[in-house]
Write a protein that binds this ligand. Structure first.
Ligand SMILES: CSC[C@H]1O[C@H](OP(=O)(O)O)[C@H](O)[C@@H]1O
Ligand SMILES: Nc1ncnc2[nH]cnc12
Length: 291
């Protein structure tokens, strides 16, 4: 199967350079309009798609990012592997601003977002026990190291609703009691939706601050995040630029089964499925619903 790499750029990463045949493309979805047009092209012969999560100019808040439309649009374009880049606060002394963390677990504290493509008319339950793709995460970790970035492999991303940053009590709870490694506002439901859409998904957290728990550092502010991101956006671009050569133009099935997540997930009996709901699932679940 042909590889197509989808990159979701977070705060501070609104475009990538160097694509051949680059063009910004509007994609309509049954779930609404994505955050922005999608930049498509090729890098080292591999198809690429880039979507700024908040839109160019940072238009969408973490709550209003159209997560379902974004994932559907990438799937609809033929994306197979999604690399999600996110600015995150650190709960660990040794994960310092400027470092990257390849996330492998989440705690989802969001409450004001649509979290599934499925529901009345077509109910499905996918596993998110291992919400990121180990194969793709390994490649991201290697690409970070090859780029000279201080990178860490594996950690838990606490996703808060925002848009305000945490209180000190929340920060201490997430760090000292729940053992989380980083905090951000966008990792969920994005990762859950990518799994429902049978996309391999890896999360690259760019650490920008120590949130507000650290006695020797001021509580996080946007100016601090932007300053760290400005210094590190080139690192993120360097990581992304290495991915096509590492992943190759064709791909074998995911060893973890991310690309077959719906094989046993749909509960609603075929005769009871709502045709209007099925029509909306054409891109996300077409593989299992067509048959
Ligand atoms: C810029 S301050 C907080 C903002 O930055 C992160 O966004 P993203 O995950 O898209 O890089 C964080 O989650 C908040 O949305
Ligand atoms: N400390 C923090 N809390 C939530 N989101 C963030 N994004 C970057 N730093 C953050």
């Amino acid at each position: 199967m042909e590889t197509m790499i989808g990159v979701i750029g977070g705060s501070g990463l609104y475009e990538i350079a160097g694509l051949e045949d680059a063009r910004w493309q509007a994609v309509d979805t049954p779930w609404g309009t994505p955050s922005d047009e999608i930049l498509t092209g090729r890098l080292n012969g591999v198809k690429m798609a880039f979507l700024p999560r908040h839109g160019r100019g940072h238009v969408h808040s973490p709550t209003t990012v159209p997560y379902r439309a974004n994932i559907d649009a990438l799937k609809r374009l033929g994306v197979t592997d999604v690399i999600a880049v996110s600015a995150c606060g650190s709960f660990r002394e040794e994960y310092a601003p400027g470092h990257f963390l390849i996330v492998d677990q989440y705690i989802d504290r969001t409450f004001a977002r649509e979290k599934s493509f499925f529901g009345t008319g077509c109910v499905a339950h996918v596993s998110v026990a291992h919400p990121t793709c180990a194969r793709l995460s390994d490649v991201c970790y290697q690409a970070a190291q090859d780029s000279g970035i201080t990178a860490h492999r594996g950690g838990t991303y606490l996703t808060m609703e925002g848009p305000q940053f945490s209180t000190l009590a929340e920060s201490r709870l997430y760090r000292d009691v729940w053992g989380c490694d980083v905090i951000g506002m966008t990792g969920m439901p994005e990762a859950k939706l990518a799994r429902e859409a049978e996309l391999c998904y890896a999360s690259v957290a760019m650490i920008t601050d120590y949130d507000c728990w650290h006695p020797d550092h001021d509580a996080v502010e946007v100016t601090q995040i932007i300053a760290t991101l400005t210094q590190n956006a080139d690192n993120a671009r360097s990581l992304v630029a290495r991915l096509p050569a590492m992943l190759g133009a064709t791909r074998a099935p995911c060893p973890q089964g991310c690309d077959r997540a719906l094989d046993t997930a749909i509960m609603t009996a075929p005769a009871k499925r709502d045709p209007a709901v099925l029509a909306k699932l054409d891109a996300v679940a077409g593989r299992v619903l067509k048959g």
